[in-house]
Ligand binder design. Sequence first.
Ligand SMILES: C[S@@+](CC[C@H](N)C(=O)[O-])C[C@H]1O[C@@H](n2cnc3c(N)ncnc32)[C@H](O)[C@@H]1O
Length: 235
Amino acid sequence: MVNVRWQQVWSAKGAAVQPQRAPDASTLGVLMELGGYTSPTAAGALSAYERHFRYVRDSLSIGADDSVYEVGCGGGALLYWLHDQCARVGGADFAAPLVEHARAALPSSGDLVHADAAGIEAEPRYDVVLSNGVFLYFESAEYARTVTELMIAKATRSIGIFDVNDLARREEALAMRQAAQRERGLDYSGLDQLFLPREFFTAIASEHGLTCRIDDTATTDSANAAYRYQVTMHR
Ligand SMILES: C[S@@+](CC[C@H](N)C(=O)[O-])C[C@H]1O[C@@H](n2cnc3c(N)ncnc32)[C@H](O)[C@@H]1O
């Protein structure tokens, strides 16, 4: 089942800003803002996230000939950063207004769709299928398993699931999140996040005969970094 409250939050974020008519030098910054990169617990600095984006690209060995699909692409910040470093990008997000931003920023991609992550189609397949900063908004581990298996079916080579909340550090992460919200006078009560153990992904990879690597977060300036991990799987 989809987490409707998070869907409303992300849709409202996308609807608050008009999609750009044509991409320009400000586009990446606008899309980063729409992707929540400037929230109280995120780093806010573009350079910190470029380090993370480079890590995403390199951990999946994304090169000029590769097609890349993103589940939960939002306004397309990561896809926009990647699009001229690979052959083709596509993606899906459950917040329709954000998909409009992604389409405006990436007019040459004909595969940016409004869809719930558990509703993505296996076809067309892509070399790499990834999801960045999305699994934490899922309703349950069961939903996360469904999406992971769809991503595996859609990928001909590699799968990446980035910024997963680590179940082993849940209490510390919640305390940090609450303190950050208090400091900013925000109230996110009722907007819960999902935490998953690292074994959740190693087990699924093993069932599918994939190699699986899990890294701590390399982007150290984000308050969230210490509580999140990065998953890559390869055929
Ligand atoms: C932190 S933003 C990241 C956006 C993008 N991945 C990036 O890196 O720029 C999280 C995104 O996940 C999307 N999302 C969360 N749950 C989803 C779901 N169940 N199905 C599809 N999209 C989802 C939100 O709409 C939002 O765009």
